[in-house]
Design a protein. Structure first.
Length: 146
């Protein structure tokens, strides 16, 4: 898919994600290697929309990215996938050094609604980052555990 400028590649990734077809997984996974961070983010989010097992597996690998932006996108995509198999990866991100990543992980855990997240979310209720605190409280409310 590496044709055109970054804006065109982002639009292509978004379009493929909107189609929600498993045939789009391979080209989107290839875009996770794009030199432009925003293209990689768009590809991750599109894979979350597709939500097939191979798409979720590809996104889970981004949990270890050096780029906070990609870890946030991974959290958002895993939440969008509604795949509770992503809970362990998201729990790992609750301990991330970046508050925005912790907040995104908490939000995704709330969306997934899996009770395995409750203890870790309770531990983060007093997170030093206010955005994370808010996301944790919202996630606990969604889980019925305020």
């Amino acid at each position: 898919m590496q044709r055109g400028d970054a804006g065109s590649r982002i639009t292509a990734a978004q379009t493929l994600g909107a189609l929600r077809t498993p045939r789009a997984v391979a080209p989107l996974v290839a875009e996770l290697e794009d030199p432009d961070t925003l293209v990689r983010v768009a590809a991750a989010l599109a894979l979350g929309e597709i939500a097939s097992a191979p798409a979720v597996q590809a996104v889970q690998k981004l949990v270890s990215s050096d780029e906070a932006q990609l870890r946030v996108a991974a959290s958002q995509a895993l939440g969008a996938s509604r795949d509770v198999g992503a809970v362990p990866a998201l729990l790992k991100l609750l301990d991330d050094g970046e508050g925005v990543v912790r907040a995104a992980a908490a939000q995704a855990l709330g969306i997934l609604g899996d009770d395995r997240a409750v203890p870790a979310l309770h531990e983060r209720r007093s997170d030093p980052d206010p955005l994370t605190q808010n996301a944790v409280l919202n996630a606990l409310r969604r889980l019925g555990r305020p």
